[in-house]
Ligand binder design. Structure first.
Ligand SMILES: [Fe+2]
Length: 250
């Protein structure tokens, strides 16, 4: 190194890092003007970093709060305990399997956690009812994606994930709800959550039936490809789960 200047990045007595300039092009090395410039730059950079950190903290606070609400829904029903976390984990793994980019994977993680947030507005008696639901009760359950949209609309930075929440009960053949979208008109992340959500529901005990074993549930996923599920997503999911079960390194 020929010559160098370093300056701490500090905001309100908080040390954030160091900025360094080195090897000035041309003769003579750094001057006092360079030092002044670095002082101004380091002050501005420190504020930008501080703001980005604050923004990130605010975002995680929102997500944690909404995640706590989702856990509260899961906790209302002992049969679906931990459902949202498992759906999130499976969705993100499946997103990686189909090569989603980092931004989509992050959105998928948040959407997985919050996919059933609208169930906050569904009476507990209907959510936990053992036995078959009446048509009216099923209509009430079916309102939870739109209720979720109404909750999340109020939080600006969650707007990109709203379509994934809204459409996680659509079917590939267009016979799902709430809008009856079909095929690739259903957002990709919603098609991913649908597979993970249904698989987790099938492999969990419910008041009216015992959990299916993994292999039977995976056969069911394949049986429903092209009707309930996007065929490519369903196949990628089954391939991924079989690989994990056989202990191969992904
Ligand atoms: Fe749902």
């Amino acid at each position: 190194m020929q010559n160098t200047f370093a300056m701490p990045l500090v905001v309100h007595d908080r040390f954030l890092g160091v900025i360094q300039m080195a090897n000035k092009i041309g003769r003579g090395g750094f001057t006092s003007e360079d030092l002044d410039l670095l002082k101004i730059l380091s002050g501005q950079i420190a504020f930008v970093i501080q703001n980005a950190n604050l923004f990130q903290n605010l975002q995680s606070a929102y997500i944690n709060t909404l995640g706590a609400l989702t856990s509260a829904i899961d906790a209302k029903d002992s049969y679906t305990h931990g459902h949202s976390e498992r759906v999130t984990e499976l969705s993100v793994q499946l997103g990686r399997e189909v090569a989603l980019n980092t931004e989509d994977l992050e959105n998928l993680r948040i959407a997985g956690l919050l996919h059933d947030i609208g169930k906050i507005g569904i009476p507990e008696g209907i959510l936990n009812k053992p036995g078959r639901l009446t048509d009216e009760e099923f209509d009430i359950i079916k309102s939870h994606p739109e209720l979720g949209v109404r909750i999340l609309k109020k939080v600006d930075f969650l707007h990109p994930i709203i379509p994934f929440i809204q459409h996680h009960h659509e079917r590939f053949d267009g016979r799902g709800y709430p809008t009856g979208l079909s095929g690739e008109k259903i957002p990709l992340c919603a098609r991913i959550i649908t597979v993970a959500d249904t698989y987790d529901a099938m492999t969990s005990d419910r008041p009216y039936r015992k959990a299916l074993d993994q292999q039977t549930a995976l056969e069911e996923v394949l049986r429903c490809k092209g009707t309930q599920f996007d065929p490519q997503i369903a196949e990628a999911f089954v391939k991924m789960m079989n690989r994990q079960t056989s202990g191969m390194i992904p």
